[in-house]
Structures are given as structure tokens and as C-alpha cells.
Design a protein around this ligand. Structure first.
Ligand SMILES: C[S@@+](CC[C@H](N)C(=O)[O-])C[C@H]1O[C@@H](n2cnc3c(N)ncnc32)[C@H](O)[C@@H]1O
Length: 344
């Protein structure tokens, strides 16, 4: 049999592998929520009975969890106990590390699972359940799953833009559209200690959480979270505007207007930065590794009413908003696109 030959057996094996992947999402979710990964990060070599006692769990459940996690290579053996396999200490047990994926796992287990069940009806009715109004637990799971992107945006992407540091050091201002629960507002304020930072979002509950986060960080004198739309923002008042995982969330019918209003709020020479996903434009792209994540987000967020823009759609949105200079385009992580352009 040739190495890549497709047979009924190889196709069956793929289904069983995906089915194990489905279970592994829940295995990881349980490990995060019950504190098993954290306990193993703190005490490598712990035995299931010790973990069970420490966390107040049933030994027989923990024993089966450990053995399965070992089989899936999330854990390695150490003596009679277990330890985390390489790198999972940060990926699954360190919520403030940029590589942490516990929130993304949670989003799959707690929200994507039920959403897919609602799709049985939605495919027939066309109804959707938008992002807004889903509540705090959902908003915080989103914020946790985008945490790494926020850190990279505040610490690498924005500080790397020509002239922005200087503008912000002289008391400039930065706008975040779709700021959600405000993690990035605080991160930006820390990266640019003289800048004024304004976030805006149409989800009232996210803004309430963002305001609390800003107050807790003692940044109320120069960081603000506003509930509402961009129409009220004065033209040419920001040195940069940024959106992280927001463009594809904006309804297609209002997307051109939102991008235009955002561009209007930027000063001439200021930056527009969009960190989002790019949907494959054709079949060829749909099987390329860099499009796997956006392809699946597009499927997972069907029920939210989200439509991920293709490269052509992104470029047309920029042009129509008067952002006609060249667009720097780069790929980060598992399939996120960074778009940056300077307003003429
Ligand atoms: C996936 S969340 C990302 C939130 C945050 N940027 C983060 O990375 O955690 C998308 C956010 O965009 C907001 N949003 C959607 N349409 C918007 C609009 N027209 N104006 C402002 N915010 C909007 C949603 O309410 C939501 O908070």
C-alpha cells in the first residue's frame, strides 16, 4: 500500500481519531476546571489518590482521568504518579501566560457543544443567537481564549508600528473597537504609560466588566470603556485604532460603516490595526494549514451569525473606508491575520 493511499480503513481511523479529539476536549476541560493540571504542575509525580485527596475528588474518577490523559500524551509517568507532558504547564495550567489555552478549551466544551445542538434547528429556521447578551461567563471565556492575542498586540504589534510610540509618548490616544471585558485596554495602558486609551463595545455587560477591570487596575484617569457605537467619536482624534477578533463579529450589513467610522476617528498618519481571521477564498485555500483555524471558527460561530471575511473582503473594507495606503499583512499563531495600515 502506498504511504498516502486512502482506504476504508484509513478513513475509519480518521473518524476514530476525531472522536478521541472530541473526548480530549472534555478531558482537558475537566482537568482545567477541577484543578488537576494545576495540581500536577505544582506537584509533579503526584499519584491519582493524592490528587483526589488534595482536590476533594473521587479517586476512581481521577485514576481514569490520569490514565486517559497519559494515553493522550497530556501527562507523562513519574514513578507511580504522573507529571505534565512538556509545555502543558503553561498551555493548560498558567492562565496569565500568552500560550494558555484553557479558555479556548472551555469555549469548546461549555459553549460550542450546546451551540452545535441548537444548529439542528437553526439550519432550518436561519435563526441565530448573537454574541451580545450571552452573559458574563461567556464573555470571560472569550476574554480568556483571546488573552494571548491581547498580550502580543499590546507588547509586540502596537509597539512595533512606525512612529506610534512617539505619538503616544506625547500624550496621544488609542482606540479599541470591540474591547469586550477590557483586558487589552489595561495591557495597552501598561505598554504606553502616557497614552489615553478608549474602548468601545456594543455589549453592555462586557463594558460593565471592563469598567471594573479598569478601576481595579487604578487606570481610571486615562482609560475609559464606553458602551455604544462609534458614531459619536470626534473625527481625527486617535493615533491608532485596534480591533482584536472583532471584525468578523460585526454584522456584514454594518461592517463597512463600522470600519469607515473607525477610520474617520483616526488622525492622518495614525494606524489602523486589525487582528482577526481570514476565511479561505477558494477550495485550494480551504485545505491549507493557515486557513484551518478560520475555517473552523466560521463553522463554530455559524449560530452567532458571524461571517469571517476573505482577504478580498478585508481589502475592500479598508479601501472603502479611505484606507488606501499599503496594508502590512502577517500571520500569527494558529491562523490569525494581522492587518496594519497608516491613514493617508
Ligand atoms: C470575540 S469578542 C472579542 C472581544 C475582545 N476584543 C477580546 O479579544 O477578548 C468580539 C467583541 O466585538 C464586539 N462587537 C461586535 N460588533 C461590534 C460593533 N459594531 N461595535 C463595537 N463592538 C462590537 C462584541 O460585542 C464583542 O465584545
Amino acid at each position: 500500500m502506498a504511504a498516502n493511499e486512502i482506504t476504508a480503513d484509513t478513513q475509519v481511523a480518521r473518524i476514530f481519531e476525531w472522536r478521541r479529539g472530541f473526548n480530549t476536549i472534555y478531558l482537558m476541560h475537566l482537568g482545567v476546571q477541577l484543578g488537576l493540571f494545576k495540581a500536577l504542575a505544582e506537584s509533579p509525580g503526584a499519584e491519582p489518590a493524592q490528587l483526589a485527596q488534595k482536590l476533594g475528588l473521587q479517586p476512581v474518577y481521577v485514576d481514569r482521568w490520569c490514565m486517559t490523559a497519559y494515553g493522550m500524551e497530556l501527562l507523562d509517568a513519574e514513578g507511580a504518579g504522573y507529571k505534565l507532558a512538556p509545555f502543558f504547564d503553561v498551555i493548560l495550567a498558567a492562565p496569565t501566560h500568552p500560550r494558555y489555552l484553557g479558555g479556548y478549551v472551555q469555549l469548546g466544551a461549555e459553549f460550542a457543544g450546546p451551540d452545535f445542538m441548537h444548529c439542528l434547528e437553526a439550519f432550518k429556521t436561519g435563526k441565530f443567537v448573537p454574541f451580545q447578551g450571552r452573559g458574563d461567563a461567556f464573555n470571560l471565556a472569550i476574554a480568556s481564549s483571546t488573552w494571548g492575542l491581547q498580550v502580543i498586540t499590546a507588547k509586540k504589534i502596537l509597539p512595533g508600528l512606525a512612529g506610534l510610540n512617539e505619538r503616544l509618548a506625547q500624550g496621544g490616544a488609542i482606540l479599541e473597537v470591540g474591547c469586550g471585558t477590557g483586558n487589552l485596554l489595561v495591557q495597552i495602558a501598561k505598554s504606553f504609560p502616557s497614552a489615553r486609551v478608549v474602548g468601545i463595545d456594543i455589549d453592555a455587560q462586557s463594558i460593565a466588566t471592563a469598567r471594573k477591570r479598569i478601576a481595579d487596575a487604578n487606570l481610571g484617569d486615562r482609560v475609559e470603556a464606553r458602551h455604544g457605537t462609534l458614531a459619536d467619536l470626534p473625527a481625527g482624534s486617535f493615533d491608532a485604532a485596534v480591533m482584536v477578533e472583532v471584525l468578523h463579529e460585526i454584522g456584514q450589513e454594518i461592517r463597512p460603516a463600522v470600519v469607515k467610522d473607525t477610520a474617520r476617528a483616526i488622525k492622518s498618519g495614525g494606524w489602523m490595526v486589525i487582528v482577526d481571521e481570514t476565511y479561505p477564498s477558494n477550495h485550494d485555500e480551504a485545505r491549507k494549514p493557515e486557513f484551518k483555524f478560520p475555517l473552523h471558527t466560521g463553522f463554530e460561530e455559524l449560530l452567532w451569525g458571524n461571517v469571517i471575511p476573505t482577504r478580498e473582503e478585508q481589502e475592500s473594507l479598508f479601501r472603502n473606508a479611505g484606507l488606501t495606503a499599503g496594508i502590512d499583512r502577517s500571520l500569527i499563531g494558529e491562523g490569525f491575520t494581522v492587518l496594519a495600515t497608516q491613514k493617508p
